[in-house]
Each structure stands twice: as structure tokens, then as C-alpha cells.
Design a protein around this ligand. Sequence first.
Ligand SMILES: [Zn+2]
Length: 263
Amino acid sequence: MLASVATHLLRVELSVSGDVALLRLSGTVDADARFPTPPQAQIIISTTDVNRLTSVGVRHWIAWLERLAERGSEVFLVDCAPDIVVQLNQIQNFAGHGKLVSFYMPYDCPTCDRQSMVLMRTAVAKEQQPFRAPVRRCEVCDGVLEFDALEDGYFAFLQRYAAPEVPPAVAAVIDDQGNRGEIARIASTSFPSLSTIDSALTPSSAPDLTGPHMPRIEHVSPTDRHQSAPPPRRGPSMPLIVLMVLMLAGAIGLALVLLLRGT
Ligand SMILES: [Zn+2]
């Protein structure tokens, strides 16, 4: 139960270096996803471990990037997971004003049936038109890997994004990602939840149409919890009180009998 709940959480790790904030997102971007808005002027968003986005989650994401832009923060998208690349291709304003620094390319080894991700910088990919997945070899069998997507479709977003100018302070944080300092873990459950609104709009028995993924049986809104909670506890039941009174009366009677016999 805990594990399935965890797969539905969006986890955000925040680390701050001067005026640069690095947010590392992992898990699912869905209706419950809540994004922090750190005050730094430059915000790096890493999505290596984002493995699912629902349609409502995408709306939350776009609104979040709009809030950051309105506040004047410069946003850099790094390590975009394949699921993020799919969104970049499908939704025109998915990155908002964010600058696309790097993205992952999925490869597959036909011999080992092993999947691997190769990181590519947008600036490097932009040098080749149209961009084609470079040849990569399997770390295990050294065979040539197959690119695990349709190249025309997967790299289409590159036509809409310029090679970004990355300020030195931002580049330093990106390069130093493997050696992070203080990290604040922020789970989406610690933010106010809108799940009550969602469940009010759609009956809880309706199937989840946001994706061909796991059933959302673990989605429990506060109202559901209230309905399924046991009734409030009352005091001791009536028969118990009667029994206690009888026992007390018996004890007093026994004491009186003993007292009278003693005299
Ligand atoms: Zn292999």
C-alpha cells in the first residue's frame, strides 16, 4: 500500500546555491502534484526521474512555469526524461519560457534487451539539422544500441527551441549535480491538496482516463476518508454502566454485613 502510494507521489528535492535553485523532480506529475516556487532568480528543473504525467498534471506544470515566469525567475530545463520530451513534442507551451538545456534519448540493446538513457545537450543537437540519434554501444555486450523511438517525432521539438545561453553560475550547478549540498525533500503531500475539488467534479468510481497506467485505487480524498471513518466514540455502553452500579451496590452491601457482624 505504501509502495503504491509512493509511485503516485511527485518528489521534489530542492538545493540552493547562491541565487540559483535546483529542483530535482521524480515520480508522477498528476492532479496531486504541488510544485514549490523558490525565490531564486535562476531555477534549474531536473526531470531525470519523472516517469509519468497525467493531463491534469500537465496543466499544473504549465501553470507552475507561468508563475515562475511572472515572478521574473529564469527557468532552465535539464535532464528532460523521455516522458517530458513527449510532452515537449505534443504541447506547444509545455516549457513555457523555460530554456531547454539537455534531454535524454532512450536506447535499447537488441541482444541484452537492456534499456539505457543517453543525455544530450540541446546546443549540441542543434548543430545538426535534422538531428539524428548518435550511435551508442551497449555497456554489457558492446553491441550497437537501437534508438528506442521514432527519430523524426522524438526530435521534432528541437525545431522550436533555441540553443540556450547558460550563465556560468547555472552551468556550475548543472555540472555539480552529482555533488549536491544540503537538500530539502519536499513530498507533494506536504502541500495543500486539491484532490477534494477533483473528486467533487468526478465520481470516485469513474475510471481514470489520464493514462494507461495503474488504477488509482490509492487516491483517497479527505472527504472519502471522512465518510469511511468509524463513527465518533461514545462513553461506556448502558449495560456496562448497569453492571458497574450493581457491583458497587454488592460491595457496599457486603461491607455493611461484615460491619454488622463485627459489632
Ligand atoms: Zn547489450
